[in-house]
Design a protein around this ligand. Structure first.
Ligand code: MRU
Length: 368
């Protein structure tokens, strides 16, 4: 997608042919900085510190992390160590383990001397697959927006509410929740996006607003608690969110606060859709609420906020009294019964095991 009219992806192989370039998402929206990752440890650190974030991008970064590791040590031990270093970088998004499993399945049977080239090639495939999947999500999600547009006056926008950032920054390109929105915008369907700020890290205010703005998509940033009010007043036509893991039973894990939006949507008869690439499905989990590990992050994300001062400096300030305890759960689980449909690269599915397994039989048979 576009940054200042230039096409970017969130991550790419650098011009040197081996190091990895990634947009440093901790710096947005105030500074556009491209970081260089040169080792497996740096890739793991980028995931841990959220230099890169978003389920599909975490997976793509881990794939490159394995490739970087192979340059240093392509033995069986080296592969194993790299896998173990990366898999614990963040716990909730299953795309991390999915990508690492793909890398291990490709590299494991090979002679160590062949592993560096094979790792870069497989990582590249994972990146390209992500883009193709998201374009599929765009195609299948577009009719949902078009159907609402058809019921409106010409030019009256379809109002989509989204939470967190499931945009192109969270993937390699296009995003998941944003993919149908970008396609609708490209095809001249009027859309307007309500962007939840998404405390505590403000991925909506900082990232979704930034990317929609650069791409010219009309949007409005709202405090997290505003969605219910807007829905009561007919100001939201549909909700589209992303996800970090969809359980086999259709339960959806996503950024903390998603569940409350789903409750408000149900109470107001607003359709609640989840956009997901198939690597986000975890058939081994049968009960999302009880079985998906929920990341808890540091208190500092809640106690402190970073922004730009009037004179242009980026500063961090404390907003919570010293000594007040803080809880920082990164994700919550929306039960399948609150989900209208799952927008996947193979169509819009009912949120249940039968529909998921029928659409992705090759995944349903595997453990993850
Ligand atoms: O903590 P984050 O910023 O990695 O959380 C990201 C989300 O919750 C996204 O909605 C999810 O990863 C889907 S990204 C296409």
């Amino acid at each position: 997608m576009k940054v200042d009219d230039r096409h970017y992806r969130s991550i790419w192989l650098d011009a040197d042919g081996w190091s990895v370039a990634a947009i440093d998402q901790r710096k947005l929206p105030h500074e556009f900085v491209v970081a260089q990752l040169t080792t497996c440890e740096e890739a793991a650190d980028a995931i841990r510190t959220m230099l890169v974030r978003g389920a599909p991008l975490i997976g793509a970064t881990a794939a490159f992390g394995i490739a970087l590791a192979m340059r240093q040590d392509s033995s069986d031990d080296g592969l194993d160590r790299a896998y173990q270093t990366l898999v614990v970088a963040r716990p909730t998004a299953i795309n991390l383990e999915w990508a690492l499993e793909k890398m291990r399945a490709t590299l494991g049977p090979l002679d160590p001397a062949e592993r560096v080239d094979a790792a870069y090639a497989r990582a590249d495939e994972i990146l390209e697959q992500d883009v193709a999947i998201n374009q599929g999500i765009a195609r299948h999600g577009l009719p949902l927006i078009e159907a609402i547009a058809a019921r409106k006056e010409p030019g009256e926008p379809v109002n989509v509410l989204t939470h967190c950032n499931a945009g192109w920054l969270a993937t390699v390109d296009w995003g998941t929740a944003t993919a149908p929105i970008y396609l609708a915008h490209e095809q001249g369907v009027a859309v307007h996006v309500w962007v939840d700020e998404t405390r505590p890290r403000n991925q909506g205010a900082a990232l979704t607003a930034w990317e929609l703005g650069h791409h010219g998509v009309p949007h409005t940033v709202i405090p997290d608690n505003t969605g219910g009010h807007l829905m009561q007043h007919g100001m939201v036509d549909l909700v589209i969110v992303g996800t970090d893991r969809v359980a086999g039973n259709g339960d959806v894990c996503n950024k903390i606060g998603t569940y409350l939006k789903a409750l408000a949507a149900r109470d107001n008869n607003v359709p609640f859709y989840v956009a997901l690439p198939s690597p986000t499905i975890d058939f081994s989990v049968s009960d999302g609420i009880r079985q998906i590990p929920i990341e808890q992050r540091g208190a500092i994300e809640v106690t402190d906020m970073t922004g730009r001062t009037a004179d242009g400096r980026v500063e961090t300030v404390r907003i919570v009294p010293e000594g007040s305890p803080v809880a920082n759960y990164g994700f919550d689980v929306t039960p399948a019964r609150l989900v209208t449909g799952l927008i996947t690269e193979r169509g819009v599915l009912k949120p249940n095991r039968a529909a998921l397994a029928a659409a992705f039989p090759e995944r349903a048979g595997a453990v993850k």
